[in-house]
Design a protein around this ligand. Structure first.
Ligand SMILES: CC(C)(COP(=O)(O)OP(=O)(O)OC[C@H]1O[C@@H](n2cnc3c(N)ncnc32)[C@H](O)[C@@H]1OP(=O)(O)O)[C@@H](O)C(=O)NCCC(=O)NCCS
Length: 163
């Protein structure tokens, strides 16, 4: 139904150009960044994450392609040997809005599990925010459980930092 195709240089550039404003918007909405700093911060973070572009060791970025050859989404995972095991981390998945709700996200996670097994990982892990019910529902249905919690407390009356 779908398969993964590693991005070429143009595909990687398009992936990053989608990711930068998306992260800027989400991190601002979640209160992590100030709006006026968000795009610059996001651009810097992606540059730091991918110092060698799509060839950055440990990172794997794909277009999700359907049987008709159309790109219907994207996926990014990282994998590294650590502690005698393989850390397989799903950094990001997306199915384009017009293709959602037809099982493609489910199929995509199945493909990523296949990648994990192929690399010798005995588990996959990911982070999902509480403000993303569709993704949370999908992961829960597929057997993901909460391994740890990231707790936040908003502090009152803190002046913004002066730079
Ligand atoms: C998460 C995502 C990849 C799912 O893709 P998809 O192709 O729609 O996935 P599926 O069709 O296999 O399953 C979607 C499930 O979400 C459920 N769902 C959709 N919208 C929902 C909502 N607002 N609240 C709760 N569940 C929702 C569907 O009912 C379906 O579950 P079901 O099959 O048990 O009914 C897609 O929504 C997406 O790309 N989201 C934006 C990017 C994103 O947030 N990625 C995850 C970051 S952690």
């Amino acid at each position: 139904m779908i398969h993964l195709r590693a991005v070429d240089d143009a595909g990687f550039a398009a992936f990053v150009e989608r990711a930068i404003p998306r992260r800027a918007e989400r991190w601002t909405r979640r209160g992590l960044w100030r709006a006026e700093n968000a795009i610059e911060t996001s651009r810097r973070e992606y540059a730091e994450t991918f110092p060698q572009g799509r060839a950055t060791p440990g990172h794997h970025i794909f277009e999700v392609v359907d049987d008709a050859g159309s790109i219907v989404g994207e996926a990014w995972y990282s994998a590294r040997a650590n502690g005698g095991k393989v850390d397989f981390y799903i950094q990001w998945i997306a199915i384009w809005p017009e293709h959602r709700g037809r099982g493609l996200g489910t199929a995509l996670l199945g493909l990523l599990e296949g990648e994990a097994r192929r690399l010798g990982a005995d588990r996959t892990s990911l982070t999902v925010w509480e403000d993303n019910p569709a993704a949370l529902a999908l992961y829960t249905r597929l057997g993901y459980t909460t391994a740890h919690r990231n707790l936040i407390k908003i502090l009152d009356d803190v002046a913004p930092p002066v730079h």
